[in-house]
Design a protein around this ligand. Structure first.
Ligand code: ADP
Ligand code: MG
Length: 446
């Protein structure tokens, strides 16, 4: 079988396995360019797609290819920017995905924050897929991915990105009618229009848009009339080929008290998540924010800060602001020394370390199990998860592995490493668990 045929067959099979958006955005964009001595070289159009395909679909592609070639292949992914898939003529997304003029005009009544544009959005491992998809939408609103559903925890850039889409579309297509609002605004305006008997104006306003950007759609949960109205708005826009972008703090199917028919609409396009920034990204974000503020932090100070504040971008930005303000008030240089002092002072006055006892107590309370079961040996799921969460939290508080093993009923440190890893991994992929852990963390310092 020749290379082209082999790849076509492999793709056909992959198409059946993965979701349509994944296939279109990722797998159909890459191409087998050589297969020699069981080394398959696969070309990707850009580094984003390369890293995503490699990290998420390596084994899937390998297994499919191995079946076809009846052998074990190793895959090598390379970036080949000239790659334009011939088999993808219908795909409208080719073209300069990554450069356009960012818009200056804000349109009427849009309440877009001028800070939230693409040029100030730092791209890294945790958000590159979302960023690439957002840019594809700007190129062809209503065509590439509709709806675009963006989800992730607090403070990680959902609002920034959805507004960046708004700015950029306005810049590129000033004639389009774009509206951005949090979902509460949608609800409030609906209620007002009912009171004032202006419901038809309300309907008209939303249904005649070219681009509707709704932030934090999860707040529509439990509001039946809003859901009903939103459903019809959505359908009207969708059928007319208008772009809808939604953000949420969790996946569509995890939003409680929301109608099935809405969930299935939300999932009908592309669903992408943003994860909390990793260390390298946190450094990059700090650098960008310093630049915005015309301030400078040396490498050591940046590294320390990025290591110390690891939760989300909003918090990172907040802490940086506080540090810069304090430093300028007392006219000191915000160097490593200063930043250490900043955290030192804070930790004395505010967050003193949570004790192991308290962590165990809060975990047990949160999961509604008995302490004896948490510390015991049962492998039942309802105990294993809380146990691993306790390991994770104790580790986050800086407890040594051996001590964690001791306080959790005399466990081996390798068990602790395993548990901490497991939760660390789930923390980024499982938004429910992340939420639960955040709740427990909050309770530790109350
Ligand atoms: P969310 O809506 O997910 O809760 P926001 O979009 O409000 O988070 O982001 C919180 C803050 O962090 C904002 O000030 C935003 O500009 C900043 N931020 C988030 N992600 C990034 C990023 N990738 N690059 C630059 N700033 C970011
Ligand atoms: Mg937000």
């Amino acid at each position: 079988m020749d290379k082209i045929n082999l790849w076509q067959q492999t793709l056909e099979e992959l198409r059946l396995i993965v979701s349509k958006p994944i296939f279109q955005t990722l797998l159909s964009q890459v191409e087998l360019i050589s297969l020699e001595k069981n080394i398959a070289t696969i070309a990707c159009p850009n580094p984003y797609i390369q890293s995503l395909v490699e990290s998420r679909y390596y084994s899937l592609i390998k297994n499919t290819l191995d079946q076809k070639t009846k052998g074990g292949n190793s895959l090598v992914f390379v970036v080949n920017p000239g790659l334009v898939k011939k088999s993808n003529k219908k795909d409208e997304r080719n073209g300069p995905l990554f450069n356009w003029k960012e818009g200056g005009s804000l349109g009427q009544n849009n309440s877009l924050n001028p800070k939230y544009v693409f040029s100030t959005f730092v791209v890294g491992n945790s958000n590159n897929f979302a960023h690439a998809a957002a840019q594809a939408i700007v190129q062809k609103p209503g065509v590439a991915y509709n709806p675009f559903f963006l989800w992730g925890g607090v403070g990680i850039g959902k609002t920034h990105l959805i507004q960046a889409i708004g700015h950029a579309i306005l810049g590129k297509y000033p004639e389009l009618k774009i509206f951005y609002c949090p979902s509460e605004t949608f609800t409030n305006e609906l209620v007002q229009s009912l009171q004032k008997k202006t419901i038809s104006a309300f309907k008209k306003k939303f249904r005649e848009l070219d681009v509707l950007l709704i932030d934090d759609i999860q707040f529509i949960a439990g509001k039946e009339y809003s859901q009903e109205e939103f459903f019809h708005t959505f359908n009207t826009l969708y059928l007319a080929g208008k772009q809808v972008v939604l953000t949420s703090d969790r996946r569509p199917e995890e939003i409680p008290q929301i109608e099935e028919r809405l969930i299935s609409r939300f999932m009908g396009g592309l669903t992408v998540d943003i994860q909390p920034p990793d260390f390298e990204m946190r450094v990059a974000i700090l650098k960008a924010k310093c630049q915005e503020k015309n301030q400078e932090l040396d490498e050591q100070a940046l590294t320390f800060l990025a290591k110390t504040v690891s939760s989300n971008t909003r918090e990172l930005e907040g802490v940086l602001s506080q540090i810069l303000t304090q430093a300028s008030i007392i006219n000191e240089k915000p160097d490593l020394e200063f930043i250490k002092k900043f955290f030192g002072v804070k930790s004395k006055t505010q967050s003193k370390k949570a004790s192991a006892k308290k962590i165990i107590f809060m975990v047990v309370k949160h999961f509604k199990i008995k302490t004896a079961d948490l510390l015991g040996v049962s492998r039942r799921r309802e105990y294993v998860l809380p146990r691993q969460v306790a390991m994770y939290l104790l580790r986050e508080e800086g407890e040594p592995l051996v001590k964690i093993g001791e306080v959790l009923g005399g466990r081996d440190h390798t068990t602790i490493i395993h548990g901490v890893r497991k939760i660390t991994h789930k923390f980024t992929s499982d938004s429910n668990l992340r939420h639960e852990i955040m709740l427990i963390k909050q309770s530790l310092y109350e």
